[in-house]
Design a protein around this ligand. Structure first.
Ligand code: DGL
Length: 280
């Protein structure tokens, strides 16, 4: 049986992340697919994943996916760069449901944009250590030079709302000097939180360096895949202009998620339910 025959097009899309950051991907998905119903799971009780071991990341990601499957979603998006880098292959082998990560879309967009064949990738420790972006880029274009760098302080800065602060600029300058030194012309924002720092990163890198938002690229690919595989919700055409229904699930305090989530999404987040993820 074809993978997609297991799912129904009128079911919701499932998106998961290690926490709140995946809402930057959610934000892009709803631009392309505004009429789809979406279930979002944020593992806020166990976030961050970025400094954890491969085994733990795989085990957490497996539970996140099992939870979404239990909600009868038709398609799963791993919004988390760390989970996508480290655990996507295992997930795709263990479950028949169509699951897409953010790495390949971001890597392909970087290949398309680079003119000098010099691509920088920034992300969490786990994403950078996995070398996932570089592997995909080199599969397609072995001659491209890839420079990878972990920028772990960006995650707490964004979650604390330190977006336009001098401190954030100084940290960005310190981290990104190596990217300036090696003269990348394209920089992949390989972490859910980094799109919120686009202005600061542009200030440091200069306008000539193209920033790749993996979430945005993923949304484009998801739209294409869903169209090709007849997975678009048929109800969407019957209710034009009516936004899909969104439900949010978290593994710890919904109130904290709600506060940070509105910053990520640029709109109030409602219907947040706490789940015991250890059951999955
Ligand atoms: N969502 C993670 C990512 O995109 C960042 C936060 C974490 O480390 O869990 O890599």
């Amino acid at each position: 049986m074809n993978k997609n025959e297991l799912t129904k097009s009128d079911a919701p899309i499932g998106i998961f992340d290690s926490g709140v950051g995946g809402l930057t991907v959610f934000r892009e998905i709803i631009k392309f697919l505004p009429y789809e119903d979406i279930i979002y799971f944020g593992d806020v009780g166990r976030t961050p994943y970025g400094g954890r071991s491969k085994e733990i990341i795989i085990s957490f990601t497996t539970q996140d996916v099992a939870f979404l499957i239990d909600q009868n979603v038709k398609f799963i998006i791993s919004a988390c760069n760390t989970a996508s880098s480290v655990a996507l292959e295992e997930i795709q082998q263990s479950y028949s449901i169509e699951t897409i990560g953010v790495i390949e879309p971001g890597a392909k967009a970087a290949i398309e944009k680079t003119k000098k064949g010099r691509i920088g990738v920034i992300g969490t420790h786990a994403t950078i250590n996995s070398n996932a972006y570089a592997k995909i880029i080199h599969n397609f274009e072995p001659k491209i030079k890839v420079f990878s760098l972990a920028c772990p302080l960006f995650v707490p800065l964004v979650e604390e709302g330190y977006i336009d602060r001098e401190a954030t600029y100084l940290i960005a300058q310190d981290y990104l000097q190596t990217m300036l030194d090696v003269k990348v012309d394209t920089l992949v924002l390989g972490c859910t939180h980094y799109p919120l720092l686009k202005d600061v990163i542009t200030d440091v890198m200069g306008k000539k360096v193209t920033l790749i938002d993996s979430g945005e690229e993923t949304a484009r690919i998801v739209y294409q895949k869903m169209t090709e595989n007849n997975l678009l919700n048929p109800k969407a055409s019957q209710r034009p202009g009516v936004q899909g229904e969104y439900k949010f699930y978290v593994s710890d305090v919904p109130e904290k998620f709600s506060k940070v989530a509105s910053r990520f999404l640029g709109q109030e987040v409602q219907k947040i339910t706490r789940v015991d993820i250890s059951k999955y």
